[in-house]
Ligand binder design. Structure first.
Ligand code: NAP
Ligand code: ZN
Length: 343
């Protein structure tokens, strides 16, 4: 076993604290990664505080991992010692269901998440990237394109793929008006990707102090969502709106902004249900959809897309002992625009 140290939440109300544990030995198809950077996702907070139920403590969060390969198993083909490697939200799946065969492992009923999930090989709970190292099947590790800043790449593994995947699935591009709701970790990547794909991008934010950044990141317009008059001006005009907000907001407000056959896609995952005004859907033949991260193949495609265009996340680099402060700031929507822990 491989001794590892990390930071864990020991209960839903305790601050994160140092925690020593072990990783499994490197199997024939595994790689052992020394973690250099790990992004801080709002999902880490939801789970450290057991807001979604089902958290087993202690939990070591972290699923935006970038590091250096320090050992490879006998049968590993994709990586060699010294390579950069990345790990996102998934570390395994069944490999033979329809979802896995269609490169949509994130929908496999037997997938293994990077943390708080029973390890398919050992049965123990998986521990995430707020730690010194990780052992992972090479099939679930990603190649980092040469030239990308490693710290800014870490958030691509969740915030990046979670916004890229629905934008591609709904074929967002030139000639379309696309909304992104919330300028946090996911939202700022959504703005960058929607812009890179050629759409006319409108950012909806509750924070007037983010207007300038929103425009600089690639939004063509920024709307303060609390301003009803400003919202009304956009009624019936959007092809696609991506809602990244972590809190239960009134989705119908955004359904009212769809043109005929438009879609509001939910990636923000608030713990409580939200009511929907169905007339808002009926009157535009609209769709309210959801999307979960992205498959491994598409994650590599997204990283390569970022490599070609030099797209990375805007980050604030912190030390692991600043994690509790970082959680508090994320909860106040005070992050520009992703905290990344330097290990
Ligand atoms: P984040 O950095 O905290 O960003 C969320 C943003 O939402 C905030 O910056 C803020 O933007 C806005 N917001 C927060 N509270 C609000 C409220 N009460 N009313 C209106 N707007 C509010 O979070 P994140 O890491 O991007 O994650 C966002 C959500 O996506 C979380 O629920 C997370 O669990 C979920 N998620 C889902 C997936 C998936 O696969 N579907 C993957 C990763 C994360 P403004 O200041 O601009 O208003
Ligand atoms: Zn995440």
């Amino acid at each position: 076993m491989i001794p590892t140290h990390g930071y864990a939440a020991f209960s839903a109300t305790a601050p994160l604290a140092p925690f020593k544990f072990e990783r499994r030995e490197v199997g024939p198809k595994d790689i052992h990664i020394e973690i250099l950077f790990c992004g801080v996702c709002h999902s880490d907070i939801h789970q450290a505080r057991n807001e979604w139920d089902g958290t087993q403590f202690p939990v070591v969060p972290g699923h935006e991992i970038v590091g250096r390969v320090v050992k490879v198993g006998r049968d590993v083909k994709k990586f060699k010692e010294g390579d950069s490697a990345a790990v996102g939200c998934l570390v395994d799946s069944c490999g033979h269901c329809d979802h896995c065969r269609e490169d949509q492992e994130q929908y496999c009923p037997n997938k293994t998440f990077t943390y708080n999930s029973p390890d398919s090989q050992t049965g123990a709970m998986t521990y995430g990237g707020y730690s010194s190292n990780i052992v992972v099947k090479e099939d679930f590790a990603l190649k980092v394109p040469k030239g990308l800043d490693l710290a800014g790449t870490a958030p691509l593994l969740c915030a990046g793929i979670t916004t890229y995947s629905p934008l591609r699935h709904w074929k967002v591009g030139k000639g379309q008006k696309v909304g992104v709701v919330g300028l946090g970790g996911l939202g700022h990547m959504g703005v960058k990707f929607a812009n890179a794909l050629g759409a006319h991008v409108v950012l909806f934010t509750t924070s007037p102090n983010k207007v300038k950044d929103g425009l600089a990141l690639g939004a063509h317009e920024v709307v303060i969502s609390k301003n009803e008059d400003e919202m009304k001006k956009h009624a019936g005009s959007f092809h696609f709106i991506l809602n990244t907000v972590s809190a239960p907001i009134d989705v119908s407000t955004y359904l009212n902004l769809l043109r005929r056959d438009g879609t509001v896609c939910q990636v923000g995952a608030p713990p409580t249900p939200v009511p929907v005004q169905l007339f808002s859907l009926i009157f535009c033949r609209g769709s309210l959809a959801g999307s979960l991260i992205g498959g491994i193949r598409e994650t590599q495609e997204m990283l390569d897309f970022c490599g070609e265009r030099n797209i990375t996340s805007e980050i604030e680099l912190i030390k692991i002992n600043q994690i509790n402060e970082a959680f508090e700031r994320v909860l106040k929507s005070d992050v520009k625009y992703r905290f990344v822990i330097g290990m």
